[in-house]
Write a protein that binds this ligand. Sequence first.
Ligand code: GTR
Length: 430
Amino acid sequence: MAFRTLAAPILTLTLVSVTFLGLSAAPPTNYDESKVPSYQLPDPLVLLNGDKVTDAKTWITKRRPEILELFKTQVYGTMPAPPKAMSFQVTSSDKKALGGKATRREVSIHFTADKKGPRLDLLLYLPNDADGPVPVFIGHNFRGNHTINADPKISFNKGWMRNGNGVVNNQATEATRGTSSSRWDVDAILAAGYGLVTCYYGDIDPDYDDDFQNGVHPLFLKAGQKKPGPSEWGSISAWAWGLSRGLDYLETDKDVDHKRVAVIGHSRLGKTSLWAGASDPRFALVISNNSGCGGAALSRRQFGETVKVINDRFPHWFCDNYTKYNEDLPSMPVDQHMLVALMAPRPVYIASAQEDRWADPRGEFLAGLGAHPVYRLLGKPGLPTTKWPGINQPVAGTIGYHVRSGQHDVTSYDWKQYILFADHHFGHDQ
Ligand code: GTR
């Protein structure tokens, strides 16, 4: 079948004759490169009917929509249109934030007319010394807006909070203020002339499996429907949808250049930023930080976390159809290089961490490489190397990549690369 052809000869580099797929239904976590099973990636430039895509028009009008539809119905689940009753409420705007260098703005996005329904609270920091509308980074945070900076005036989130990976209906305490600040280099972002927009992913959908009884999902159930259908949105789609609603607001904010919005996320929220960038072309630049399985990492490598493991542990993240591939990856019509390819021709940055083997750093690089032919078809440089770069040696074309030393995390080193990448593509450095 067409989608079982190899995407590019370079991807055969990882192919080895050892196949452990048949030995056991649930193989142990593999961290041994020599035990990566033999696999063939679907070719992003071959239509499901077998026709080769040789021009940009066919990519744009036929193959891209086909791949997008496959990710919607087979992986993350379809998303609804924004609710008609959606409204934006600027709840505060203070020019004296962070010692006077930024404006802190808070905005509630209401999804229902009565304002009692679920809502998404955005926190914006915009540099005060800007000459006009500024480009921004937007991304969800894991533990509430009040955790991203020690600023005592950030509104406190009283909603559901996760506790580690456990399902705990835990309320944040004041002591959590600023506790995630190492992941949000607000000073570097502002100094480089960018704004930061962040929101708490739990506002959109608390991150545990409850058959979607809370968050935004119930707002969109059809009469008599109890939960989303097998091809309808799971939590990652809902979180991505929330980022698009954030962008809807940014389009109305005169201090933000909404044509230069970079979407960013870490880990499960890196999967989310990729899916947001793929499903909403208004995001001008896309950043995946350590997104791993179901994010940038190639699923067929089965290195670290696998599709089966992620579906078993987090049944709510993807649509139910995704479980069809738990034990049958060869039949999956996509792999994650095709998710990266959906960003083309827009710039996309994939970041790995050396010790984050669970997320398969090499597999994240190979997904970028697998997307490269699509960028080339569209006349963009794509990824400037076919060789997995060394530690702390970023490479950047229209696809950027680095593997940082250290663990699964977002650090100032990562932000430095994202800012340089955005500078280049947003014309800040010209
Ligand atoms: C892990 C999960 C990963 C990653 C991570 C996170 O438990 O297996 O896919 O998403 O959580 O989001 O922190």
